[in-house]
Design a protein around this ligand. Structure first.
Ligand code: D5M
Ligand code: FE
Ligand code: ZN
Length: 489
């Protein structure tokens, strides 16, 4: 049976993850399952993953369910009119499911053992993703690869990165078996944008001595193929509202009021909004940067959140709010950050869903990866081609490396939890960040990328650092179609 199944994939020229094959084999009728699977799979899928199988399986199940219920209904009563034309977000129930979140699962004490376990988990998880790439088949441990006289492949974690005078890159890497230096010529495929502590695959050949390897290709876990947007059935949308910075004297009250007015007596778009996702920096906080007190209007952290509560009361009741914290919020700065604590959330409207940073939530079944975006600061300071002018390019790097903040000891403080919650282990439909006070929407391999603007004008501190914000903008994504737009206030 396994053979027949594998043959099907070979005929289509598609690769398949071992896990996905096992799952198919566990079905009642694997060949029938495979037929249904292929008829629901995007053309051009290069590598079939477990995720693809589960996604198609759920589509098939939904269709079957719909077919069954519609059959039954016809016998009893005429079909109901479809709720689409003129339907508003308030006509639909909200469906929020938290898929991944550190909140309540934090165990780390920061011991040496914690660090070992943390990096071990990162290396295993991302290493397995890379191992599944056809090109990386036949990977060896570094200790064995070092002894090869011809082409070799291995999977490793990058210890450090430096540029050579000739414009090439020299990295030191390890995999638990050994450490080796790899020269990455500027012509090597995938060789740019290397950062410390990321997990990569290397294809290379021996250099002049056993302790140097010359890379020909560098592999990243990336997103194999293209994600199909798993749109919901209802004609609703989600708005992304970042970096409010309540308490700052640069908070834009007038623009916020304009936004609330539009939400309350709005047009077709505003009345389609069912969810408001808020990726951090809800308040300005206290003592976050030097001489911040000179730029504060509210000097008490609790009063800042009380003022936030007043602002959020203007949001129509049928809109469900999801809040995750940022580096200005009242929770530990080390990532993953747990959700805001009780003494803060009790000040805020009770229907809000509080999650950690980063976290993955399903809104009406649409998978949203929420990350404040502190990791963008590290990407920009370590990779020359990445800038604050286009932070979406840094988000693409995160998806490529399947990690939101790989570099330990940079600008982003990281807590070594048992598992690496900063890994992007499943491919989201929407990936949202804030932090850089910029706005934009884009798409990478089927994933909607959003940067969620801010509600703070340029502060004196930002002026000094040459940060020019694009505030008072609201990206909105239609959760049925995936279409994104930006509303300006
Ligand atoms: O971030 C506001 C802006 O400041 C945003 O564009 C990122 C930038 N920023 C914040 N921290 C740093 C560091 N450490 N280096 C460089 N740029 C930074 P906010 O989090 O609202 O203060
Ligand atoms: Fe901010
Ligand atoms: Zn921030």
């Amino acid at each position: 049976m396994r053979h027949r199944l594998l043959n099907l994939f070979t005929k289509r020229g598609t690769l398949v993850e071992p896990e996905a094959i096992e799952h198919m084999l566990s079905q009642e009728d694997p060949m029938d399952f495979a037929d249904q699977f292929f008829s629901n799979l995007d053309d051009g899928t290069f590598m079939v993953t477990m995720e693809d199988v589960l996604r198609v399986e759920s589509i098939v199940r939904e269709v079957a369910k719909e077919y069954r219920t519609s059959k039954k209904d016809e016998e009893i009563r005429p079909p109901e009119p479809k709720k689409v034309a003129g339907a508003k977000a308030k006509d639909f129930h909200s469906e929020i499911e938290i898929k991944k979140d550190i909140t309540g699962n934090s165990t780390c004490e920061g011991t040496i053992k914690d660090f070992q376990r943390y990096f071990e988990h990162r290396f295993q998880t991302l290493g397995n993703m890379i191992r599944n790439r056809r090109e990386m088949r036949g990977s060896l441990q570094i200790s064995k690869a070092k002894r090869k006289m011809s082409e070799m492949k291995f999977i490793c974690i990058v210890n450090n990165v430096r540029s050579t005078k000739g414009g090439h890159t020299m990295i030191e890497v390890e995999d638990g078996s050994d450490v080796v230096t790899v020269l990455v010529p500027n012509t090597a495929n995938g060789g740019s944008n290397l950062v410390p502590d990321e997990v990569i695959g290397v294809i290379g050949k021996p250099g002049k001595n056993n302790d140097l390897i010359i890379a020909e290709r560098i592999f990243r876990p990336d997103i194999p193929g293209k994600k199909r947007f798993s749109g919901c059935d209802d004609p609703i949308s989600a708005a992304f509202v970042g970096d409010i910075h309540v308490g700052s004297n640069a908070f834009m009250q007038d623009k916020w009021d304009k936004f609330m007015k539009w939400l309350n007596n709005g047009d077709e778009i505003s009345s389609s909004i069912k969810y408001m996702v808020m990726p951090g920096d809800m308040v300005d906080g206290i003592g976050i940067y030097p001489r911040q007190e000179e730029e504060l209007l509210i000097h008490d952290i609790y009063e800042q959140y009380e003022e936030l509560a007043r602002l959020l009361e203007a949001v129509p009741d049928h809109i469900r709010i999801v809040i995750s914290p940022g580096n200005h919020d009242a929770v530990r700065p080390a990532e993953p950050q747990p959700a805001l604590p009780n003494n803060i959330t009790k000040l805020l409207p009770s229907e809000i869903t509080f999650v950690g940073n980063p976290s993955t939530v399903l809104l009406h079944g649409v998978e949203v990866l929420i990350y404040h975006g502190k990791g963008i600061d590290d990407f920009i300071s370590t990779v020359p081609s990445l800038t604050y002018e286009n932070p979406l390019a840094s988000m693409i790097e995160m998806l490529n490396k399947r990690h939101v903040a790989p570099t330990y000891g940079g600008k982003t403080p990281i807590a070594p939890e048992k598992e690496d919650y900063l890994i992007i282990d499943t491919v989201p439909d929407i990936f949202v960040t804030g932090h850089v006070h910029w706005v934009g929407v884009d798409e990478y391999k089927g994933v909607r990328l959003i940067n969620a603007s801010a509600w703070q004008t340029q502060t004196a501190y930002q002026k000094m650092r040459n940060i020019d914000p694009i505030p008072a903008m609201v990206p909105i994504v239609n959760l049925q179609t995936g279409r994104a737009r930006i509303k300006e206030f």
